[in-house]
Design a binder for this molecule. Structure first.
Ligand code: 7PM
Length: 277
């Protein structure tokens, strides 16, 4: 049975958990003012906690296809005050969505319990910084960079390439001093993938789980849901829930979502049904 320690809190992955997305990029709020952004972010996080989120994923860098890179100072100014305030106010695991070693170290000092890196600790210094925190990490697959990844995604053997990449990054993380059980894997839905690539990877979640790590899925409101349903971003909840339910049955255990309460309720039923003889 897989139990992972996230700082002070530990979770037993016999059951599913929801990770609530907390964007602290200025463009993710209607009014760009810093104070307002901060207060709004805290209120949003508190709501997600009361809705049952086990994790709050704090991200200050927009990884949207084609997004402009964010300076280190800007990312620190956005993310760290929120991590610090959340650590005082909520009893939930704070995950930090970052690729920057400096943010990893400082966020860990301020109480973060998980490092979530869409670049799988590839930035110089990231492996050493993540290892120095002693925290679990989520390693995600991406083809290309956020700027160019959706230009022409192409694979000769999709599943093999994703699994090989994640196995290689797992090995690098273990060499740096991160324990195998502290490594969570993520196929990176929408990160350098066509609709067919995304659907195929979701259908093959079991193969990723067979690497022996807990698996996180981030499909919430993404373009692929919109492509299947011909639905705008505000009409993608039911499709998101279907995709997450499908991968739960294939072994995924952490679901990174915008809409926490519907997922907590859906996954509770999935779990209770799967638990009964
Ligand atoms: C704008 C567009 C902002 C897209 C943010 C995004 C994942 C992640 C993201 C994921 C893990 C989003 C993405 N996606 N971390 N961070 N897995 N581990 O749609 O799929 O949320 S950012």
């Amino acid at each position: 049975m897989s139990v992972i320690q996230f700082g002070q809190k530990s979770l037993d992955f016999c059951r599913p958990f929801v990770m609530g997305i907390l964007n602290v990029t200025p463009d993710s709020f209607s009014d760009g003012g810093r104070h307002n952004t901060f207060e709004q972010a805290l209120r949003h996080a508190e709501q997600m906690v009361s809705d049952g989120a086990a994790f709050i994923d704090v991200g200050g860098e927009s990884t949207r296809p084609g997004a402009a890179p964010v300076s280190l100072q800007e990312e620190m100014d956005r993310v760290l005050p929120v991590v610090e305030a959340l650590n005082d106010r909520v009893d939930t695991i704070i995950s930090v969505d970052t690729s920057s070693p400096e943010v990893m170290l400082e966020a860990a000092r301020l109480g973060a319990g998980l490092i979530n890196d869409v670049r799988a600790l590839e930035r110089p210094g990231a492996l050493a910084a993540a290892a120095a925190t002693g925290l679990p990490v989520c390693l995600m697959h991406m083809q290309g960079t956020p700027v160019d990844m959706q230009e022409s995604p192409s694979y000769s053997a999709l599943l093999d390439e994703v699994l090989s990449y994640l196995m290689g990054r797992t090995e690098a993380a273990m060499v740096a001093g991160i324990n195998k059980q502290q490594i969570i894997l993520d196929p990176g839905i929408g990160f350098g993938k066509t609709l067919e690539h995304n659907l195929s990877l979701l259908n093959q979640t079991q193969a990723l789980c067979e690497l022996g790590h807990e698996v996180l899925i981030g499909v919430s409101r993404k373009t692929m849901i919109g492509q299947v349903l011909n639905a705008n971003v505000d009409e993608r909840l039911y499709g998101t829930m279907g995709a997450n339910a499908a991968t739960y049955l294939k072994g995924a255990r952490i679901f990174r979502v915008h809409d926490v309460k519907p997922h907590v309720q859906m996954l509770e039923l999935m779990y209770r049904i799967e638990s009964e003889s």
